[in-house]
Write a protein that binds this ligand. Structure first.
Ligand code: PBG
Length: 325
């Protein structure tokens, strides 16, 4: 390849040529849309740090799911905001929990839409940690039992994919085991495999009311300085039975997305998290950036890095744009 024989600009001359040679393109089928389920009826309480995002009661979640399906988005991921919190997060694994109710309703009223459920304790515990607290620390092994119970209750409600986000060691294996023993061998696991202790989760913690009441999550989520460790985490989760492995956050962690895809060739999910959404929304609102353009660019680049699917709060607006609406 040598100039002037090769002139890369030849294929950039017009939109048709560019369309013809574009290597990566976004589709509504790439997305999973996160929803926050709260108790009550006909409720939509806006999350102030995430414009366009609200905590929704089950009936409103169902309405939202119909819209998601009409836009060609294959699935949603549900987070629950319980009625009451306690030290063991008991609403996380209660048959009458908000997520369990929402899954049953969606499965009945919006058949065909994939329902992914986030499995974690932080939204359900009064201390806001992702596991059982013993002597001021998050105890790994006693947490596994509760996470397995939570996963099973989601599967019993009809969830298609279980997504553990707690970062306890061994949780994928514990969940696979209980699902298999209970007749749910076909329920898939999307493991938050390389989940970093990130400042980008700030707005989510308002949305899910899951801010830790003491300390931080550094003893269980990954150090942003580590990449080799992410590969070990992913390998562990695959060995324990993960069907899809997730990297989270996305935008500042694309090297991890790339390396995970290259090394394992497994389906990779990238979670473009709340802080990524809120930053773009805020700058867009101020007129500092072209919001729509940047959203498309960021999501496209996440896919180019190797993600097969993207969990994003932008899913609906991008799907609308892609459909030319
Ligand atoms: C629960 C969980 C978190 C997110 C997804 N699942 C928050 C956290 O770990 O503190 C973050 C998602 C987002 O920021 O959009 N453990």
């Amino acid at each position: 390849m040598k100039f002037p024989i090769y002139r890369p600009r030849r294929l950039r001359r017009n939109a048709m040529l560019r369309d013809l040679v574009r290597e990566t393109a976004l589709s509504p089928k790439d997305f999973i849309y996160p929803l926050f389920v709260c108790p009550g009826k006909d409720r939509a309480d806006p999350v102030s740090s995430m414009p366009g995002v609200a905590q929704l009661s089950v009936d409103r979640v169902v309405k939202e799911c119909r819209e998601v399906q009409a836009l060609g988005i294959p699935g949603v991921i549900l987070f629950g905001i319980p009625e009451h919190k306690d030290p063991l997060g008991s609403e996380a694994y209660s048959e009458s929990g908000v997520v369990q109710k929402a899954v049953r309703e969606i499965k009945e009223k919006v058949p065909g839409l994939l329902v992914v459920t986030d499995v974690c304790l932080c939204e359900y515990t009064d201390h806001g940690h992702c596991g059982v607290v013993k002597g001021g620390e998050v105890d790994n092994d006693s947490t596994l039992e509760l996470l397995a119970k939570e996963a099973l209750s989601h599967a019993l409600s009809g969830a298609d994919i279980i997504a553990p986000s707690d970062m306890m060691d061994g949780r994928v294996g514990a969940i696979r085991k209980i699902l298999d023993e209970s007749g749910f061998k076909d329920v898939a696991i999307m493991a938050y495999a390389a989940k970093y202790a990130s400042g980008f989760y700030g707005p989510f913690r308002e949305a899910a009311e899951s801010t830790p009441q003491f300390g931080d999550r550094l003893s269980y989520q990954m150090d942003p300085g580590n990449a080799d460790e992410a590969l070990r985490e992913v390998e562990l989760d695959i060995q324990e039975g993960a069907d899809i492995v997730m990297v989270k956050p996305a935008m500042a962690f694309l090297d991890i997305v790339y390396r995970v895809k290259q090394k394992f060739g497994f389906p990779v999910a990238a979670y473009s998290v709340s802080g990524e959404y809120s930053m773009i929304k805020a700058a867009g609102k101020n007129g500092w950036i072209e919001e729509q353009r940047i959203v498309m660019e960021v999501l496209l680049c996440i896919k180019r890095a190797g993600a097969d699917m993207i969990l994003t709060y932008f899913a609906k607006e991008v799907a609308r744009k892609l459909q030319g609406r």
